[in-house]
Design a binder for this molecule. Structure first.
Ligand code: GAP
Length: 451
């Protein structure tokens, strides 16, 4: 069957099943801002966990940090964001809409949506102006000069300004990395496509400090590592590619940037960026703060490390995972929607279901299994409605396995395990369910969707 997924289907399923809600809905909504429901939170936790495990826990050369969202305003002067983190904007005096000057061909005219801005005689466009994407705020009670601060537009700067702390206190020597997960904010002018471009998002960034002559090697290394991470968690190869930026496309700090792109329903788009930032950030902060930010070896060797940075948001990963997993198929003349998520990314790992919700004996056994499993896994108990409908509900949220307690369980203490993708069922002893689940979670997993 052809890939049935569209962004509208993902938005609708996310809402229907309580992954993601439009924010402030009862007040008419807040454009391109979203709230996460229960399954959205569970899935975000999984994405965060898997990233942290690969980037910090399973390595000896990367440590974690959690810096403040509101940093000293000079940080953003030094980083170049005050002067340069801008988009060119054009206003239309007729329809009062605002467009990105470099994205007019992707925008719709406010009067005639079939046309691009500037294509109708009524369009009256201003010259492009630079618009800074940082959200401003004031610190303290007074709104006066000197109290202005910014919500961070990237987590990276909170890492650079702590370089010296980590170098000294964590006693690190390049190559080593500092990783951070946290909210970033950008006043995007053309947000949209669900979670793909939002104004508030959670970044996962790692700054890897290396001797300058090793920068190219580590840049290639991190492109491969991150690509393999996506493959490991089931994104299909045919939907992933690496695109290297041309010199004109790179950010002001970059000596080389590659995007890992995913083929979203809106076309190929940036999932994660891997940049060689050179010594730009440490040099800038050293100058603005007058603090030396360099590595000094025991033999007197000293240099400003280069930085390789893999940077991504949980939101972009979540859309890619949902899109890649979404499937529709007909089973026994009934259509089912199923999220074929990697078991370690699925919000719920297993459902525990008594076949007959009104059977006290089945309920007691199922609840006892549930109480046991919930101590170690994200599991869900459900006894309401027909069993077929309960399976379908779990399919839609991507639960890989369901353990069902039935008549036979009461006789021989076995349960059935139903597999979300193959729909195969097997019987296993109830006492072995925990071990079975641990083993199943450790197995390699490949998307059953056609590549
Ligand atoms: N520190 C480097 C940096 O922030 P970036 O390419 O601007 O680089 C890194 O952002 C990643 O953050 C992107 O690859 C994307 O995954 C995510 N991202 C950026 N802007 C976003 C937005 N408005 N909404 C959701 N994710 C965003």
């Amino acid at each position: 069957m052809a890939d049935a997924v569209t962004m509208d289907k993902i938005v609708s399923l996310s809402r229907r099943r309580g992954f993601v809600f439009p924010s402030s809905e009862i007040y008419g909504g807040m454009g391109s801002t979203f709230d996460y429901g229960h399954y959205g939170v569970l899935m975000k936790n999984n994405i965060r966990e898997r990233w942290f495990e690969a980037m910090v826990r399973n390595r000896d050369d990367i440590v974690a940090i959690d810096s403040a969202i509101i940093l000293h305003p000079k940080v953003w002067e030094a980083s170049g964001h005050v002067a340069g983190f801008t988009d060119p904007l054009i206003d239309c005096r007729t329809c009062k809409l605002r467009f990105r000057a470099d994205k007019l061909e992707d925008s719709q005219c406010g009067l005639k949506p079939s046309k691009h801005p500037g294509e109708t005689p009524e369009c009256d466009l201003t010259e492009p102006r630079r618009f800074n994407l940082m959200f401003e705020t004031t610190v303290g009670a007074l709104q006066e000069e000197g109290s202005r601060a910014y919500l961070r537009p990237e987590t990276a700067q909170g890492i650079f300004i702590n370089f010296k702390n980590v170098l000294q206190i964590a006693r690190r020597k390049p190559p080593f990395g500092i990783a951070q997960i946290g909210k970033s904010f950008r006043n995007e002018i053309t947000p949209g496509n669900f979670l793909f471009r939002v104004r508030e998002f959670e970044q996962m960034e790692m700054e890897f400090f290396v001797p300058p002559d090793e920068a190219e090697k580590w840049y290639r290394y991190w492109i491969d590592e991150r690509l393999n991470w996506y493959r490991r968690y089931g994104l299909r190869d045919s939907k992933l590619r690496v695109r290297e930026h041309g010199p004109e496309e790179r950010s002001h700090y970059s000596q080389g940037t590659s995007d890992i792109e995913y083929e979203y329903p809106i076309g190929w788009g940036e999932l994660e960026g891997i940049a060689n930032r050179g010594d730009f950030d440490l040099t800038q902060h050293a100058e603005y703060s007058t603090t030396k930010l360099e590595y000094v070896g025991q033999d007197g060797e000293r240099y400003v490390p280069y930085v390789i940075e893999p940077a991504v948001s949980i939101e972009r990963i979540m859309v890619a995972l949902l899109v890649d997993a979404y499937d529709e198929e007909v089973v026994g003349e009934r259509e089912r929607t199923v999220l074929r998520l990697h078991p370690k990314m699925a919000p719920v790992t297993a459902a525990i279901l008594p076949l007959i919700g009104k059977s006290d004996d089945m309920v007691a056994k199922a609840r006892s299994l549930y109480e046991d499993l919930r101590r170690r896994h994200s599991v869900e108990y459900d006894d309401s409605g027909a069993i077929g409908r309960r399976y379908r509900r779990q399919d839609e949220i991507g639960t890989p396995w369901a353990f069902t307690v039935d008549e036979q369980t009461l006789a021989d203490d076995t349960v059935t395990v139903r597999d979300r993708d193959s729909l195969a069922q097997e019987r296993i002893p109830i006492a072995g369910v925990g071990e079975w689940l641990e083993g199943a979670l450790e197995r390699d997993w490949k998307s059953p969707k056609a590549n």
